[in-house]
Design a protein around this ligand. Structure first.
Ligand SMILES: [Zn+2]
Ligand SMILES: [Zn+2]
Length: 133
């Protein structure tokens, strides 16, 4: 699967037993449908998490294409914040630009999301030290 922004091949990383696609060029993250809920480890996915996202028609951000079906993704706003996430119109998944997944996870923390957050931090500090060499 290629990154919807840079079109470079993404790498698969394992995050708390969930496989995520990560772009090493722009540090974006693709989550397949349902994986965000897995990272949160919640069962009542529809009620808890998805009500925090609302479709946003006024975003001026550039649209990107879903890396699975190439359909133009729609913009969704997270929890009435300035945070805009891209979502496949037929629910293949969600695209998070650099740092956006951390923001979503830290908005509503529980034990599982805190674990994922520290894993993400480790992952990105590791990447930074690699770049410095
Ligand atoms: Zn990229
Ligand atoms: Zn799609």
């Amino acid at each position: 699967m290629n990154c919807p922004i840079c079109k470079e091949p993404m790498i698969i990383l394992e995050l708390n037993r969930v496989e995520i696609d990560y772009c090493p060029v722009c540090s974006g993250i693709w989550l397949d449908e349902g994986e965000l809920e897995l990272l949160y480890s919640i069962d009542n996915t529809e009620s808890e998490l998805k009500k925090l996202f609302r479709e946003s028609n006024d975003s001026k951000e550039k649209s990107f294409k879903c890396p699975v079906c190439r359909k133009k993704m729609i913009k969704i706003r997270f929890n009435n914040t300035e945070l805009i996430i891209d979502k496949c119109p037929v629910n293949h998944g969600l695209w998070f630009n650099k740092g956006e997944l951390e923001k979503v996870l830290s908005a509503k923390t529980n034990q599982s999301s805190q674990k994922v957050l520290s894993l993400l931090k480790e992952m990105f500090s590791y990447n930074k030290s690699q770049e410095a060499e």
